[in-house]
Design a protein around this ligand. Sequence first.
Ligand SMILES: NC(=O)C1=CN([C@@H]2O[C@H](COP(=O)(O)OP(=O)(O)OC[C@H]3O[C@@H](n4cnc5c(N)ncnc54)[C@H](OP(=O)(O)O)[C@@H]3O)[C@@H](O)[C@H]2O)[C@@H](O)CC1
Ligand SMILES: Nc1ncnc2c1ncn2[C@@H]1O[C@H](COP(=O)(O)OP(=O)(O)O)[C@@H](O)[C@H]1O
Ligand SMILES: [K+]
Length: 466
Amino acid sequence: MQKIFDEVSSLDKKCYDKFSLSEDLLMEHAALALKCEVNNKIKSYNSTILIVCGVGNNGADGLALARLLQDEYLNIIVYTPFEVKSKMAKLQLERLKLLGVNTTNSLRKVFDIDCVVDSLFGSGLNKPLKKEAIDILEKINSIEAYKIACDIPSGVDNNGEIKNSAFKADVTVTMGALKTSLLTDGAKEFTGIIKKANLGLSSSCYENQTDMYLLEQKDLKLPFRDNINTHKGNYGHACVVIGCKKGAGVIASSAAFSFGAGLVTAIVHEELQLPYYIMQSHNLPSNVTAIALGMGLGLYDKNELKKILNTNVAKVIDADLFYEKLLLDYLNQEIVLTPHPKEFCSLLKLTKLADIDIDTLQSNRFKYVKLFCKKYPKVTLLLKGANVIISQNNKVYVNCLGTSALSKGGSGDVLSGLIVALLAQGYSFLQSAINASLAHTLAAKNFKSNNYALNPEDLIEGIKNL
Ligand SMILES: NC(=O)C1=CN([C@@H]2O[C@H](COP(=O)(O)OP(=O)(O)OC[C@H]3O[C@@H](n4cnc5c(N)ncnc54)[C@H](OP(=O)(O)O)[C@@H]3O)[C@@H](O)[C@H]2O)[C@@H](O)CC1
Ligand SMILES: Nc1ncnc2c1ncn2[C@@H]1O[C@H](COP(=O)(O)OP(=O)(O)O)[C@@H](O)[C@H]1O
Ligand SMILES: [K+]
């Protein structure tokens, strides 16, 4: 797990004040981290590296990189389209000039470039891009080369929004600590892989306390069975309520069985063709330990719904239930909710927290997750998306391991099945949501055929092979 921060200027300040590290020293480390990234990827001396430098300290990082790379590659183009402004950018430019390095303010040749480093704008982007900047970004985006963003892809603002255009990176080397702005769904299109640069201090010294964390592959805890003398009853009885769209519940049931639930029962109105290991019942069995409800629900008798919701066992709620007012009666208890953005907008409206459209939510995912979890601190909320946000009370966890292979009907149903399996086995609400989400995304990531063909069965197969 890595810490995430909304802003890092206070962390930089701590470096100066507490550890007596100058801005210059921090920048040298930033440039060195960029250099490592270039060196790791670009091995041939006969290569051309284009460094695009802006007017502020992001540009200064690029200028320092240009100095560090001298003599390592045949051709280093230092492109400074605008006159540098910040004190550090001026100093770095002066150092380059003293070395006899030329910069250019026009970029004619955009072929035969092996690596582009984007140091145009960083955390100081504070207004919409003008046409000139947009043209530059479009031009450098069109170059076929390995693309490295310094700190944050230029054009992504501190809220993680992309107003007009942004640099499309293969890798973003972010300085000092992970920022929330890099982890929005919108930014995911542009960041590529995110790597954190050490600015001269270990993370434990540089970083402060935070309530936000980025989940990593190594955080996944699978429901391994530690005991030997066991029987199926030791691993819980997960029940999945089958609604009008029966497939959704069937997928969730299969996923639950594959993720370790000792018994799985589908709650049905009529007998269905189900895998032989899924039991079927009209009513909840007396030994039920967790329930998944909502996926493919459609029209469902309100009294039956209430009866199920009133059953005193752990529950994961999905899909159609986020449009039902009666859900409001269950938000002051421990429960897992797994809305996608449209469903979360409905939930925000039902709870009178906000009446917003999907775009507004997507531009402010963290804000609305925090708002909801502040009002309902017992709820574990899992907001789906390109980057999944899981939150309970004031703690926020981000899972960015998912891929577009998951953009398929049925992916969410698998997730609900995984969550109910863990709830049934007695894991906490938060641990169930976190580990199910990690397993879900890693199983998708391990599907190697291509990024379009994954189906829920493949996903469940992937879960079995984690
Ligand atoms: N602090 C540290 O110790 C360390 C900092 N580091 C590095 O510093 C970076 C932050 O540097 P920064 O604050 O100078 O901001 P940066 O992103 O370069 O741009 C600001 C300039 O751009 C301008 N501008 C803004 N928007 C614009 C627009 N749309 N169109 C046109 N212009 C626009 C803005 O204009 P102004 O507000 O002056 O009008 C200002 O002049 C950070 O990302 C990291 O890379 C690392 O070295 C590690 C140590
Ligand atoms: N582009 C993407 N990148 C990462 N994860 C994605 C992407 N698209 C969808 N997902 C994930 O796939 C799942 C889709 O769930 P949902 O929309 O509820 O589908 P359904 O209801 O059809 O099962 C969620 O877990 C979501 O986070
Ligand atoms: K940048």
